[in-house]
Every structure is written in structure tokens, then in C-alpha cells.
Design a binder for this molecule. Structure first.
Ligand SMILES: [Zn+2]
Length: 408
């Protein structure tokens, strides 16, 4: 290679590095400016006459994280109180504490299931026990103290979720609900995220549920129906490939929605996944609109930053989804899908997940923004006695009519 070519290559390389640094700096600036707003206080959601929410001044970040995994797949966990401080610091006030639907064996060194194909992953009761124990350790023990995360001035509202059900083998779910009832009466008011069909788990021994296993859910679906407990289900619509593979598994979710038409069903990530990134927006939206119209019990969950990276990031597709969300503003909730694994995860990671999953809020109508980002839909789903602040009316720009001076 000639010396001059080598110099040119080096110069190009340095230019690329400089550009990458600039891009990183730009992203960091954008993220930190989104977090620079003053956070809303909890009392604003109790007081119906509180100050209206100014979207321009107060930003677009969600106040609700209805999809957060407090337990990792395996390995070390972010301590409970540290995780709670992430919500307080970022202004999130309402959180669902999920376990994780795919735990690795407790005696295994693997910490992420995709790194160890062949190692079996299964839902487990131990997540739910640990979450409940951690929660009760703090709740109400220091009532009146300002630093109590659930009673103090900077409190958050935590909803505990049962994440243990194995939907492919549901025989013992009711029995386990009774076990949690006995140990932690009245603590669990949500169920999920449970996996109906998740292709990412196929290499770890999970095959997904079938019509036969869905029929066997009845006893536990009746129990949660009586308690008005919503269930968040992860169910892939299909996978990339030939046209018919895009909707390969859709029939399973349709069966659940039809069979359990009185249960409050939340569909995680709108049925999308890393395996399904090529479905045209029109096709996806038309499937979801049809299901919304047919099943009044369905709510869609906008959680997971993958939705931004693979779908919403595209301006044309995003405009279509915004139109869809605005047309059904009472049918969505939001969340980060953060997993509290200590491996490479810290406050910055949570902040980024919240930022990315909130970006879609920016373009929503005021009604959809209040219902989704500020949590009105979430409160209604859970019958929580909170009200999202109203959105401030936009000031109309006064048009100064210029008087035409007629020159004579
Ligand atoms: Zn999740």
C-alpha cells in the first residue's frame, strides 16, 4: 500500500471516530435535556384540580412504567431500593413490578438465555416471592418518614405482579395463586408478563402454548377475572420470512381473546419482537384495529425500546402508528421493559429505556398523551384512585391582520 493511501485511510478513520463521538454527544444531550424538566409530584395525580400539564415545558417522558422486570434471567440483580431510586430520579410515579417469565436454573452460571442455547428456561415462583418480600420490607415500615419510597414525599406507587404462570403447563397455577395468597394476602394485583409464544425462547426448551393448554387456563383465568386482575401476555404474531410466516402464531392470541373475552388482557409489545420486524405497518395496524373492534377486553402494551428501533424510528411508519394510537386513545399503556440485571445495567440504562419508549409520546394527541404517558388508561385498568392531570390548552397564535393601506 502506498504511503499516501495509508494516510488517507487513517484520516478517514479519524473522521469516522470524530463523527461517532459527535453523534454520541448529541444523543446524550438530547436525553439529558429530556430529563432536565422538573418532575411532577405524586399529589398532582390525587388532586383533580391540579395544575394542567404543559407538554411543551414538562416534556414527553412517561410517568408510568407498566412493564418493568425487577428480577433478571439469572446472575446478579440490581438491588430493590436502587431500582426504586431510578423511578424517583427519572420522574416515574407508577410502576408494575414484574418478575421474569424465563428464569435460568438457579445453579447455572449463565445470565442471559440467548447466550446459552440448550439451557432450559422456565417461569418460577421465586421471583414473585422475592419481589413481595422486598416490597413489604419497605412499605409502611417507616410511615411518615420522608425517605420511605412508598409512603414518603418522593413516593411511587408499586403494583406487584404474578409472573410465575407457565402457560404451556397451567395445571398448578391456581394452587400457586393460593400459595401467594397465604403468604402475601392482597399484595398481587396484576399478572404477567407471561409467555404464550416467544420464539426467542425456543432454543431454551420453550415451545409455546397450544389450543389444548389455553383451554386449561380456565380455573386461573376465572380467579383473576373475579379479582379484576389484568394479565399481560407476550405472544409473537409471527416471524420475518414468507408472507404467511408473518402471522404464523396470531391464531393463538385470537383464541385467548375469544375464549377469555371478559378478562382484561394486555398484549405485550403489540405482538412484535426481534423476530418480526418486517411486517408492513398497514398490515400490523389493520390486524390490531380488527382485534380492538372485536375484543373490548384488549389493551396494547407499547413497552420495549425495540419497538422504537425497529418500527417507530421510521417517520412514515410512525405517522401511521400515531394515527392508529390517536384513533384508539383508551386502549394503550406504556412501559420500559427494563430488566434489573446487574450485568451492564445501571441508572443510565434505565433512563435510556425510558427515553426511547417515551419518544412515541411526542406526536400523540393530547387525549392519547394524557391516557398513555400520564397514566389515565393504566389507572382505569387497575381501578386505581388516581387521575392524570389535564393537558393545558395550547395558546392560539394571534394573527395580526395587517390592514392594507390603499394607496391613492
Ligand atoms: Zn418484558
Amino acid at each position: 500500500m502506498k504511503f499516501t493511501t495509508l494516510i488517507k485511510l487513517l484520516q478517514n478513520h479519524l473522521r469516522c471516530i470524530r463523527l461517532a463521538r459527535l453523534l454520541l454527544l448529541f444523543t446524550l444531550l438530547l436525553t439529558s435535556s429530556a430529563f432536565a424538566q422538573k418532575n411532577r409530584s405524586f399529589d398532582d395525580f390525587v388532586d383533580k384540580d391540579c395544575e394542567c400539564y404543559n407538554r411543551k415545558k414538562e416534556g414527553f417522558l412517561s410517568k408510568v412504567d407498566a412493564h418493568c422486570h425487577f428480577r433478571p434471567f439469572g446472575g446478579r440483580v440490581i438491588p430493590f431500593t436502587e431500582l426504586v431510586s431510578y423511578f424517583q430520579r427519572s420522574g416515574v410515579l407508577y410502576v408494575n413490578a414484574y418478575g421474569i417469565g424465563q428464569t435460568l436454573p438457579s445453579d447455572d452460571t449463565c445470565t442471559y438465555y440467548l447466550d446459552c442455547p440448550g439451557t432450559p428456561v422456565t417461569p418460577s415462583l421465586r421471583n414473585d416471592f422475592v419481589n413481595a418480600a422486598n416490597y413489604l420490607e419497605y412499605k409502611g415500615r417507616d410511615t411518615g418518614k420522608p425517605d420511605d419510597p412508598f409512603e414518603g414525599e418522593e413516593r411511587i406507587n408499586l403494583v406487584l405482579s404474578m409472573t410465575f404462570p407457565d402457560l404451556a403447563h397451567p395445571e398448578r397455577v391456581t394452587e400457586y395463586i393460593q400459595l401467594l395468597d397465604a403468604e402475601y394476602p392482597g399484595v398481587f394485583t396484576w399478572m404477567g408478563e407471561v409467555n404464550l409464544v416467544k420464539q426467542a425462547l425456543f432454543a431454551n426448551g420453550q415451545t409455546g402454548a397450544s389450543f389444548a393448554s389455553i383451554a386449561k387456563w380456565k380455573p386461573f383465568m376465572d380467579t383473576i377475572l373475579k379479582r379484576d386482575i389484568p394479565i399481560n401476555i407476550h405472544s409473537d404474531i409471527g416471524c420475518n420470512g414468507p408472507a404467511d410466516s408473518l402471522t404464523k402464531y396470531l391464531y393463538l392470541m385470537e383464541e385467548v381473546l375469544t375464549r377469555y373475552d371478559s378478562n382484561k388482557i394486555v398484549w405485550a409489545h403489540m405482538g412484535l419482537s426481534k423476530e418480526l420486524t418486517e411486517m408492513p405497518a398497514e398490515q400490523h395496524i389493520s390486524i390490531l384495529s380488527r382485534l380492538f373492534d372485536k375484543h373490548q377486553n384488549l389493551t396494547l402494551d407499547l413497552s420495549w425500546d425495540v419497538l422504537w428501533d425497529s418500527v417507530f424510528v421510521d417517520d412514515v411508519a410512525r405517522a401511521k402508528y400515531i394515527k392508529f394510537i390517536d384513533a384508539y386513545p383508551t386502549r394503550f399503556i406504556t412501559g420500559t421493559d427494563f430488566v434489573a440485571s446487574r450485568e451492564a445495567k445501571k441508572y443510565k440504562t434505565y433512563k435510556e429505556a425510558l427515553y426511547k419508549t417515551s419518544l412515541i409520546n411526542k406526536d400523540m394527541s393530547d387525549e392519547a398523551f394524557r391516557n398513555i404517558a400520564l397514566g389515565e388508561n393504566y389507572f382505569k385498568l387497575l381501578n386505581l384512585d388516581y387521575t392524570a392531570p389535564q393537558i393545558c390548552e395550547k395558546k392560539r397564535k394571534k394573527k395580526v391582520k395587517r390592514k392594507e393601506v390603499v394607496m391613492k
